[in-house]
Design a binder for this molecule. Structure first.
Ligand SMILES: [Zn+2]
Ligand SMILES: [Zn+2]
Length: 246
């Protein structure tokens, strides 16, 4: 074991000399591969306390805030997922990383993004049985060449020591939702998911992974079909989410 550690330390040193670790966003020198430099790190609006205990929505600072405080949506019982966490707020910085990651082939960004998502889950006690990237329609997957949610899901599944489920749920192709409001998004997504392998879903606690959460319509629709197929709990984690700190 000691010898293996020694070999791996030497190997890491050689890799670092041949390919020095650089910030994936600005190419500044960093100490570890895949990590952001301090300047890029501070440009993001990372979600910290206070936040909603269930969905992780960032809340405004207040003297009276408790650790079990809920946002208005969760307090009204309108969020049906058991738990949601996001690493940061959707803004210029996160959009600047997300778009090249999603559409420009910058798959190396998945390292710092998934690390931030694992960090966002640290204060939860969820024990998922399966990690499931939000499925992409076959036509879109073919065009893009990769599912960005799958790239984020792999390190998260590794962190929990569980398997990734890529194929129990299928997604039909629908044209892009663009900047539609919450109601239009919910209507557009209704019926796009179907469970192909209910035997793999029944009785399972499932952690859904996506890059961005806008209105939550995608998570809610997926949860609906998973619960109908017998899932016992559905959680969600995203890199960023649309939020107005209220
Ligand atoms: Zn940087
Ligand atoms: Zn909430």
């Amino acid at each position: 074991m000691q010898f293996r550690k020694f070999v791996s330390a030497i190997f890491t040193k050689i890799i670092n000399i041949v390919f020095p670790p650089r910030c994936p966003l600005c190419t500044a020198d960093v100490s570890v591969h895949g990590e952001l430099c301090a300047d890029c790190w501070t440009a993001f609006n990372w979600i910290e306390e206070p936040k909603c205990a269930i969905c992780g929505y960032p809340l405004a600072y207040s003297i009276n805030i408790a650790s079990d405080t809920l946002c208005a949506t969760c307090a009204a019982g309108k969020n049906e997922l058991d738990l949601i966490r996001s690493a940061c707020v959707y803004d210029d910085a996160s959009r600047g990383a997300m778009l090249p990651f999603k559409h420009g082939g910058k798959i190396s960004y998945s390292t710092f993004m998934s690390r931030a998502m694992i960090w966002a889950l640290r204060d939860t006690n969820i024990m998922p049985d399966i990690v499931m990237p939000v499925p992409l329609a076959r036509r879109r997957l073919f065009k893009r060449g990769y599912n960005q949610a799958s790239l984020l899901a792999r390190p998260i599944a590794r962190a929990y020591g569980v398997k990734i489920d890529y194929d129990s749920v299928h997604r039909k192709y629908r044209p892009d939702m663009g900047h539609k409001n919450a109601r239009a998004r919910a209507e557009n997504i209704r019926g796009v998911f179907s469970v192909a392998r209910p035997d793999k879903i029944r009785g399972k606690r499932i952690l859904l992974v996506d890059d961005v959460m806008t209105t939550g319509a995608t998570f809610h629709e997926l949860r609906r079909v998973l619960m109908r197929a017998g899932a016992s709990a559905v959680y969600g984690v995203t890199f960023c989410r649309v939020a107005r700190i209220s």
